[in-house]
Design a protein around this ligand. Structure first.
Ligand code: F6R
Length: 579
């Protein structure tokens, strides 16, 4: 998704802005741009990737500036459509995250009044509206403009001759960093880590007027105070640290992020909320949705509570009858569909809990309570350590509802995760890298684990993969099985073991190669499959974790074999802030 950065202070703004934009690269982008205010307003925009020496090439002057990485929505990824967008006279520059829903209407009206548009973006209307309302005071002009905008926005505005940034937020994240006689602004914490640990999260409806020595925040025209909070992430966490890819580093960080999330525990208020729930509904998207399905499979047979796992994107339009606790699960805390579902739950007066990795994210402002995962910054687009940290949070809820029955299991689970990290899955990866299609199958909680394995495979290797409940393959997908269609099967001891073995034999009879993940020493399984990946024979909760990590490694090595852009897969964004 688009990212924005801003700087105002005494330093040269350009290198700070480009460094900030590089920190936001993980969100995905196709073009970028920067505007600075020195003796004049200068704008620099380009398509493609930001190079190491972009600040020197851009050669902009000034110690006030704004920058943007754009992920095209309205209009192609071109230089003209890149942000900053400017007014007719190119005196005002705006960067914007979000969507201005009524921009067509506003654009038509502005054109009728003589404004000349250059781009196809919704953002450009903001620059022209500010121009129209400007009577000597940029803050007043931005305030007047906001009254016309429908939709979501986080904006930064600069103007020639003014050492000032005006920032505004509505339903799109914006965080300010506080330095000594300098301020930073960004759409998430990553660009701030290099400069300050003191941050202010703007609320929806806030407008900030920022000069090097002063920050004033207004809400509904009134000056308001917003607390300065300390960031709990370190800049080292955002570096690759010798690994080939962020994804690989993040896979290897899982023992620690799982352990830290377990160690952080659940506060007393949240515990009470969980214990009081007769019914639990979870809402999430993508990988996070898979963790909610795993939770449902695990908790229902253990505790007397009925659980529903719902996709955020469906929930808003097809809302089930709501009673009891609603838990929204989101790594970023910014996923629009998940937040919309959470807001609906609030409108139904349900108690709400957010499980997220990002302190201060939008979801934490909407939910009644937050259970913070301790995964640290996740930069690879593919969720890995946040997935297992979500499972850590959700497994703690299971443990709580089961009177601490899994205390011991959970406090040692990180060791088992560590054990599988060094597995050599290259044989299996070679098989997958030669395929155009693959299936991932499992039963019970391993069905959503398979869905997650397939999602990881397709998003980073581009090998088409589907996760299926193992018993469902024969109801249609069998028609697709060929010697070129590998099937990854999770087959661990338990009530479904023998039926899984039968399923695997059926698959083999259709000549599809099988890669099986089973427990160490399972000779029967090892003999009937093409590649056998043994995991330690541990508790079910731990097997869910270790099989998941093996599937992450499989996707990672397949993508390496195919030389994909692993940390920035095509067409994907890290944080999905549109419907
Ligand atoms: C896949 C992936 C996505 C996210 C989804 C939800 O690897 O990362 O499927 O899980 O976009 O994102 P969050 O958890 O930030 O709400």
């Amino acid at each position: 998704m688009c990212g924005i950065v801003g700087y105002i202070g005494r330093r040269d703004a350009t290198p700070i802005l480009f460094k900030g934009l590089r920190r936001l690269e993980y969100r995905g982008y196709d073009s970028f741009g920067v505007a600075t205010v020195g003796s004049a307003l200068e704008v620099y925009k380009k398509t493609g990737r930001i190079s190491d020496n972009e600040a020197e090439v851009a050669c902009l002057r000034g110690s006030t500036g704004i920058g943007h990485t754009r992920w095209a929505s309205y209009g192609e990824p071109t230089v003209i459509n890149a942000h900053p967008q400017t007014d007719c006279d190119e005196r005002i520059a705006v960067v914007h995250n979000g969507v201005i829903e009524n921009y067509n209407e506003l654009k038509r009206q502005l054109q009728e009044r003589g404004h000349i548009f250059r781009s196809e973006t919704d953002t450009e209307v903001i620059a022209h509206l500010i121009e129209e309302h400007y009577e000597g005071d940029l803050l007043a002009a931005v305030n007047a403009t906001l009254a016309y905008l429908q939709g979501s926005y986080a904006i930064l505005v600069v103007m020639e001759d003014a050492q000032r940034i005006v920032a505004a937020r509505n339903a799109s994240p914006l965080v300010l960093g506080v330095g000594d006689s300098e301020f930073f602004a960004a759409s998430d914490l990553m660009p701030l880590l290099d400069y300050t640990e003191r941050v202010i999260y703007l609320e929806d409806g806030d407008v900030a007027d920022i000069t090097p020595n002063r920050l004033d925040i207004y809400h509904d025209g009134q000056r308001v105070e917003r607390p300065i909070e300390l960031i709990n992430w370190r800049v080292e966490d955002a570096r690759k640290g010798g690994f080939a890819h962020y994804m690989q580093k993040e896979i290897f960080e899982q023992p620690q992020s799982f352990y830290e999330t377990i160690r952080a525990g659940i506060d007393e208020h949240t515990r009470r909320m969980i214990m009081d729930a007769n019914e639990i509904t979870l809402v999430a998207c993508g990988t996070s949705y898979h963790t909610t399905l795993i939770f449902k499979y695990l908790i229902e047979p253990l505790c007397n509570v009925s659980v529903r796992a719902e996709m955020g994107s469906e929930f808003k339009y097809f809302t089930p009858p709501l009673n009891g606790l609603v838990i929204a699960v989101s790594q970023s805390g910014e996923t629009t569909d998940t937040i919309a579902a959470l807001s609906m739950a609030k409108a139904h007066n349900c108690p709400t809990l957010a499980i997220t990795n990002v302190q201060g994210s939008t979801i934490t402002r909407v939910a009644d309570r937050t259970l913070l995962m301790r995964a640290g910054p996740e930069i690879g687009v593919a969720a890995t350590k946040s997935y297992t940290a979500q499972l850590a949070a959700l497994m703690q809820i299971i443990n709580l509802r089961c009177d601490g029955a899994f205390d011991d299991v959970l406090s040692h689970a990180h060791l088992a995760i560590g054990d599988v990290l060094l597995y050599d899955v290259r044989d299996a990866a070679t098989l997958c890298s030669k395929a155009n299609h693959a299936f991932f199958v499992g039963r019970g909680p391993f069905y959503p684990v398979s869905m997650e394995g397939a999602l990881k495979m397709k998003e980073i290797s581009y090998v088409h993969a589907e996760g299926y409940a193992a018993g469902e393959l024969k109801h249609g997908p069998f028609a697709l099985l060929t010697p070129e269609t590998p099937v990854v099967a999770i087959c661990t001891p338990g009530p479904t073991y023998s039926v899984m073995v039968s399923n695997i034999k059926e698959i083999k009879a259709r000549k599809a190669p099988v890669i099986a993940i089973g427990v160490d020493g399972d000779k029967e399984l090892a003999e009937i499959v093409d590649v056998f990946i043994p995991i330690p024979n541990t508790h079910l909760l731990v097997q869910v974790l270790t099989t998941s990590v093996v599937l992450q490694l499989l996707a990672y090595h397949t993508a390496c074999a195919l030389q994909r852009d692993i940390d920035r897969p095509r067409n994907l964004a890290k944080s999905v802030t549109v419907e």
